[in-house]
Design a binder for this molecule. Structure first.
Ligand code: KG4
Ligand code: ZN
Length: 353
């Protein structure tokens, strides 16, 4: 244990119970370098350097290229976020950084930077679970939100429904047995000839289509909260291949619409059923797919019908950002979690629990 860590443990204990903490959040787990400053639940700055245009030509994220671009972006981004927030770095109470899940090389860039930054300023450093960050951003987006609630995690790497009993107490109620929903959106988009990332492209194309192509619904007739998307994805691929062999034109908009309707139906169903099973009157949407307007509308509608209130972040806070990492740092401090020492490592496969 380092002398720095001993000092930081004491500093962290002195932060507990405060709701006006000044926190810097750093995120570099995939293809966005992101950084934000929060004071309590208020966003003082929110900076994102997106690499989408760089990775688009490869049809997906290339890990090594992502890491290099994080290195190029991170220092300016952190300085820009502090400047925009009007905060001197010495005034920060804590620094939070994503340690997983994500691409190992990309995670290490953010972590190395955050370690050096926190050590140089003698500030406590928190290792943030990216998936929990997606949940925690809702506390900033909806300042009145408090646990307990049931939450849908719908991102490019994870899909689950979970019960949030407290600020950093999450237990999974159902999870995907194969692909994540964002992954399914991205793969189906590729079949439809749409560029990466596929989710927003499918949403756009689906607006011009009809949901009249029948696709298989997994776990039909069961009361499971689990998900499975690979059968739906395969059905889309088979449908496209059959038409291609027959020389017929692919009804791309109808296929996008049918896929989106089914997947958003399954996710909104599982979320609201899980809340009813828990006798919980609040549901929350988290993660990049949460930006999907059909998903948001269906969750609102089904929740309202069951007397449940639905919360979700604005579209810009659904996909990866620094606010979510700062928000989860605040949750960790509030929940009595400890800060990290120098030996903090990255973990590509961190789970929700
Ligand atoms: O949470 P996120 O930004 O990154 C991960 O932690 O994985 O999620 C990215 C995923 C991608 O698969 C992307 O296609 C999907 O979120 N996505 C959407 C929409 N916007 C982003 N999926 C459906 N509809 C959208 N509007
Ligand atoms: Zn994410």
């Amino acid at each position: 244990m380092s002398a720095y860590f001993e000092r930081m443990k004491k500093k962290t204990d002195a932060l507990r119970g405060r709701d006006d903490l000044l926190i810097l959040g750093i995120e570099s787990s995939c293809d966005e370098t992101a950084c934000a400053v929060l004071r309590g639940r208020q966003i003082l700055s929110n900076k994102i350097a997106s690499q989408v245009e760089i990775h688009k030509r490869f049809g997906g994220v290339v890990p090594e290229i992502a890491s290099r671009n994080h290195v190029l972006a991170i220092d300016n981004l952190v300085k820009g976020a502090l400047e925009e927030a009007g905060v001197r770095q010495e005034k920060l109470d804590a620094v939070g950084v994503t340690y997983g899940a994500g691409l190992l090389g990309a995670l290490l860039v953010g972590e190395s930077y955050a370690k050096a930054f926190a050590y140089a300023l003698d500030k406590p450093l928190f290792a943030v679970n990216h998936i929990r960050g997606h949940i925690a951003v809702n506390y900033v987006a909806s300042p009145r939100l408090e646990p307990p609630f049931v939450c849908l995690i719908a991102s490019g790497g994870h899909t689950a429904v979970a019960f949030a009993a407290d600020y950093d107490e999450i237990s999974v109620m159902g999870t995907t047995q194969d692909d994540a929903c964002g992954e399914a959106f991205d793969k189906v988009a590729r079949v439809l000839g749409l560029p990466y990332p596929g989710g927003p492209q499918i949403e756009k194309l689906a607006a011009a289509g009809k949901p009249d192509i029948s696709l298989p619904r997994p776990f039909k007739g069961t009361d499971s909260f689990d998900f499975s998307f690979s059968g739906i994805k395969t059905a889309v691929i088979n449908y496209a291949n059959t038409l291609k062999m027959r020389g017929e034109e692919l009804p791309r908009a109808d296929l996008a619409c049918s896929f989106q309707e089914l997947v958003t139906d399954i996710m909104s169903d599982n979320l609201v059923r899980a809340a009813i099973a828990r006798k919980c009157d609040k549901v929350v949407i988290a993660g990049g797919v949460g930006a999907n307007k059909r998903l948001r509308a269906k969750v609102e509608e089904k929740a309202a019908a069951a007397g449940i209130t639905a919360f979700y972040p604005p579209v810009g806070l659904c996909t990866d950002n620094g606010v979510m990492i700062a928000a989860q740092t605040a949750c960790m401090i509030r929940a009595g979690r400890q800060c990290s020492d120098f030996d903090l490592d990255a973990d590509a496969d961190v789970r929700i629990e």
